[in-house]
Design a binder for this molecule. Sequence first.
Ligand SMILES: O=C(O)CCC(=O)C(=O)O
Length: 279
Amino acid sequence: MLNEQQLEEFKANGFLVFDRLIEKPELAALRAAAHRIVSAFDITKNQTVFSAVDGDRGRDQFFIDSAENISCFLEADAFDKNGKLSRPKHECINKIGHAMHDLDPAFSRFARLPVFADILRDLGYQSPVLKQSMYIFKQPRIGGEVRWHQDASYLITHPARVAGFWIAMEDSHRDNGCLWVQPGGHKTPLREIYEVAPGQSSGVLRPLDDTPWPSTEEAMALEVAAGSVVVFSDLLPHYSSHNHSAQSRQALTLHVSEENANWDKKNWLQRPNLGHFRL
Ligand SMILES: O=C(O)CCC(=O)C(=O)O
């Protein structure tokens, strides 16, 4: 699947982009599945917000439980100043997470396409297991910023052995909040770690290293067409801006870890019931 040049690029930059790797009918099936999940979601029963700008405060039991179910999280800016939702339900959702790849037939089938396992094997994964899936809407006008972070802060293994796939469901560009990365930034230290003590329903983001996040000059915007796939290392700093445009920027992410790497007990994401699916 990967040629020598791509392997060298991944080693040097910490990420790789595959232009339009996923066919349009596959994208349409996932978008329809996401739409179905939101249609079935009773927004009067739970209005948990997902915001990635607040140092991860506000995570709660609903968030922790989403490790093993399919949950919808709302955009902070979907609420007006009186705390009422200001738009139709389908335009209020920040993301769906985190076990669609186990529990929803469309996501489950997609995540098991051989292409993902093939890429991982070429990158040196011997026994990759799927840990989480997220469908991120980046809604028009209100899609929130995802601050600079490294995935190893949230998916902790010993040794660090996690990879992320980011799959563009729609064309993604600076205006609608595309992904930004720091080429080569996977060689920088892990800056922080999000840990949940056993039995607790929220965690703490603990600083580890004061290396600054990338400057504008060091960052690269990944403006990609729908169907493109980015694979990145767990130490690669990445970010996406608020979406001020009138277009959404939907994306699916899949995160995997090496089965033999030790999954930390303080990870927020624990899967005692669903176990692990090996790709
Ligand atoms: O899609 C985005 O805006 C950010 C996704 C991300 O940060 C992640 O998957 O780790």
